[in-house]
Ligand binder design. Sequence first.
Ligand SMILES: O=C(O)CCC(=O)C(=O)O
Length: 278
Amino acid sequence: MLTKDQIDHYHRHGFVKVDGLFSPQETDELAADMVRIIEEWGEETIGWRGPWRDRYLEEEERLNTKAVFLHRPDFYSAVWSRVIHHEGLVGGVRDLVGDSVQWHHTVLHAKPPERGTPFPMHQDYPFYPHDGPDFVDCLLHLDDAPLASGALHIVPGSHKGGPLVHVLGPDTAPHLPPDQYHPDLIDTVTIPAARGDIIFFSYLAIHWSDCNRTDEWRKAVRFGYHSTAMRPVGRADDDPHRIDPDNILPRNDNIVVSGFRPGERERAPVPASVQVQA
Ligand SMILES: O=C(O)CCC(=O)C(=O)O
């Protein structure tokens, strides 16, 4: 599925972009249903709240950005339900983490035209911590995403540093402290993309994206997949992906898309060398 160079690139830099992994027909079908989902179920917000906004936006823009975020498009559309098993997508993840793969989430990040929200520097790990590194986020682009549309930026190699301390709290989404981690302080690689392209990136890779300042939508959908050998760690009682201590099976909304999820007695412990501590 992926070439050796692409696999090496992911392991060395923490990400790889695969051009046209979804055909124009597949992308059209997904985009059409997503437009309908947004119209019928979506809600516009300003995006992530929090003190980081002072460091990423001019004063007049700070409370004035636009975003449509939506989890589980598969609750609304069969096309979005089937795509969880897309062979190119799952095959790509398999090449990166091994034969047994579990779907974890699908979420829309839509940046409307003219000031679609930015995202501050962060890792995705604090949103869904697990006990190993083999968790791949896959950003599928439903629209072209040139630099001005708020394309993804990544700090190459940052996945190798493990989980970092994030600013947390009820009034913000996890983000890295802007006085240490900010695009003015740290070099990042910009990854402009076209419709149908996917960026595979490690949930430990530091990334961010800027405002959409074009007059077009920038809709991207992130799928999260991980090795079935990994388990969630350190989550709150009400977290939907938390393991129920009275029943050690993870919740059954985590679909196995390749291979098998080993039972707890069979599961090989995650080797200490690749364990990730919360
Ligand atoms: O959609 C974007 O531009 C940013 C995505 C992101 O930060 C994430 O997937 O965690």
